[in-house]
Design a binder for this molecule. Structure first.
Ligand code: DHB
Length: 408
């Protein structure tokens, strides 16, 4: 099989790239390991930065988001039992849109269906060739299934190795995908930080407890109230990363959330409902440099992971592929590689700024095991400063709604 851009990974990064390239008349093939239904139903984050939402709108895949997504003009930071609003619109003139990542992916799949070129699902990349040349290849096999028990990929009987021959390979296959490993260790530098807690996330059938997101710090740790729709709510609380959902019957979850979110004057009430999904995510920061090797470009989680506290993960992936699409368009239209040559440098500047913001939000809002009262007092003082100084509030707000893309 021959295409212009071979894309490994059909999550938001890979599929959005394929969509953006198609609009410029550039052909691509997307290989996705998972089944379509799995990607479409796996609940991930749900906050779109201002410019992420505008990009989806302006490229014809934002129609359902505009109808079903919720535009939020601020968030609440709650500490010492009191809420403090950060007003994004006032401070930055921008807003965020709460709309699930899997809904974004569904909308992109529909656009790729209509273009007659959906991702190839259940297709595992098995090797890369000639990444330093202008005829790189991705080898892959169809009929793949990841077996989580064995921790390996199994293939249907008769699945043979095939090849995508292309001009460029894009690795958008997530943190555990093979593309990053295709960059020789002598060239690749990785930076990691793991956090000593995880997030316990639940999905709840019921009305919202709040119109805007609440990020709360209490002496019992972090909690977050988010939403998905008028009838589905998303809540999280900090937990031990090795904890198990079996240890958390519904009553215990509601009691923990209520204790962490309690308002001093008792005026706020947590709306309970039927919990229909529970899960624990671990938290890490990770950056790999460079994001390009020869004609292989990494995008999204394949190149960087942020802890979820700043809601940056998918937005960073979108920023990567937005720039990459511009670079590839310039290559095919003008024969110039000026933008592609700056891809790694431009993306990494944004990635490190988002890593800093996510690390900072995480550090300010979580109880660290073994921390003393002094540390907690400093966190409260920082929250007090952030919510009472216009300069500090603006700094949080401009990072949260998304730093401008003008550096591109
Ligand atoms: C959600 C996730 C986040 O990581 C965050 O910071 C805010 C909201 C969510 O899933 O709704």
């Amino acid at each position: 099989m021959r295409t212009q851009v071979g894309i490994v990974g059909g999550g938001p990064a890979g599929t959005l790239l394929s969509h953006l390239l198609h609009r410029e008349g550039i052909d691509s093939v997307v290989l996705e390991l998972r089944q379509r239904e799995t990607v479409e139903t796996t609940v991930r984050a749900g906050v779109l930065e201002h410019d992420t939402a505008r990009l989806l709108e302006s490229t014809g895949v934002g129609e359902r988001m505009e109808r079903e997504g919720a535009v939020h003009h601020g968030v609440e930071l709650r500490f010492d039992g009191r809420g403090h609003r950060i007003d994004f619109s006032d401070l930055t003139g921008k807003s965020i849109t709460v709309y699930g990542q899997q809904e974004v992916v569904k909308d992109l799949y529909r656009a790729r269906d209509e273009a007659g070129s959906p991702p190839i699902f259940e297709a595992a990349a098995t090797g890369f060739e000639g990444l330093e040349t202008d005829r790189p290849k991705v080898r892959f096999r169809r009929g793949a299934r990841f077996d989580p028990e064995a921790g390996e990929i199994r293939f249907a009987d008769g699945s043979a190795e095939e090849e995508v021959e292309c001009d460029f390979v894009v690795g958008a296959d997530g943190f555990f995908g093979p593309s990053r490993q295709a960059i020789p260790g002598s060239v690749r530098k990785e930076y990691t930080r793991t956090y000593p807690f995880g997030w316990f996330g639940i999905l709840v059938e019921g009305p919202p407890s709040t119109e805007e997101l609440i990020y709360a710090l209490s002496e019992r740790g972090f909690a977050l109230v988010s939403t998905r729709s008028p009838t589905v709510q998303r809540l999280y609380f900090q937990c031990d990363p090795d904890d198990s959902v079996e240890n958390w019957p519904d009553g215990k979850i509601w009691a923990e959330l209520a204790a962490r979110l309690k308002s001093r004057d008792g005026s706020w009430k947590l709306e309970e409902g039927r919990i229909f999904q529970k899960g624990i995510v671990r938290m890490r920061s990770f950056v790999t440099e460079p994001m390009r090797y020869g004609n292989l470009f990494l995008a999204g989680d394949a190149a960087h992971i942020v802890p979820p506290t700043g809601a940056k993960g998918m937005n960073l992936a979108v920023a990567d592929v937005r720039f990459l699409a511009k670079g590839l368009t310039q290559h095919y239209r003008d024969g110039s590689d000026g933008l592609l040559d700056r891809y790694s440098e431009v993306c990494l500047r944004r990635v490190w700024k988002a890593s800093r913001f996510s690390w900072w939000m995480t550090s300010m809002l979580h109880a660290f095991p073994g921390e003393d009262e002094f540390q907690h007092r400093l966190q409260v003082a920082e929250l007090d400063y952030v919510t009472s100084s216009r300069a500090a509030s603006t700094s949080l707000a401009e990072n949260y709604v998304g730093l401008p893309m003008d550096e591109m």
